[in-house]
Design a protein around this ligand. Sequence first.
Ligand code: ADP
Ligand code: MG
Length: 273
Amino acid sequence: MSSRQGEVLTIPNAPPSLNPFFSLACESMPTKLYEGKAKILYTTDDPEVLLSYFKDDATAFNAQKRGTITGKGEVNCTITAALLEYLEGQGIPTHYLETVSPTEMRVRAVQIIPLEVVVRNVVAGSLARQTGLPVGQVLSRPLVEFYYKNDDLGDPLLTGDRLQLMELATPEQVSTLQHYALQINQHLTAFFNRCGITLVDFKLEFGLDAQNQIRLADEISPDTCRLWDQGETDPERRVLDKDRFRHDLGQVEAAYETIRARVLQAVTSGAAV
Ligand code: ADP
Ligand code: MG
């Protein structure tokens, strides 16, 4: 490979931590495995380990709305790392291994189960639109919903029978997902309460590792959670998540930064443990 003088030599498709220089520590070149809407996955020397790079790209409404949230990659990588580490400490198996740069973490490679597992504590979003229940109504018990992770079909909500029909997971796996989702909800609700934040709802993705064990994968961030500031009653001002981007509420970066700061504060003060 040649480079003109003054030109930065970069590895095509290499994660930012390896550019602009070739890494001697890496025996085989990392290759881009998959680029999604919010992250890029790269292979590593170890077939059981992937590198997940968090982008600033933001999408909403099944990618019909696109934009950039400056610094989102860093913020979401930091928040995801902190929350996955916390959940591991609470006994939830996750894909998280370590953070290697402000925007990159090493994760266990899993075969993603094509289900989006949504847990809701308070009425918002599609639950409000599809049921007519008022936004903000606290549910008497958490609701767990399964959506088919398929962008072409618009990630449709599945009924229990459709879930069985599609055979996307065995009945035992579905009940494990349900169990983990409720446990994670308890842990995250307690965590965010200590941050002065209400966990309204959130989306999880799970996968099977090399030992066929179910692990929580993907990310947990203001992109994938609805988070309301308990110190605000105004229905717009309280929003500290991707709804600010979805509905053009402004101050998107500031909201993400608030979540990062409060999550890190909870972690460092030990209040979360
Ligand atoms: P999407 O556009 O599907 O939301 P993202 O950009 O959020 O994609 O993430 C990239 C992809 O990485 C997603 O399809 C997600 O399911 C997948 N993924 C997340 N964690 C892992 C993992 N540990 N192993 C394999 N795939 C993963
Ligand atoms: Mg995603």
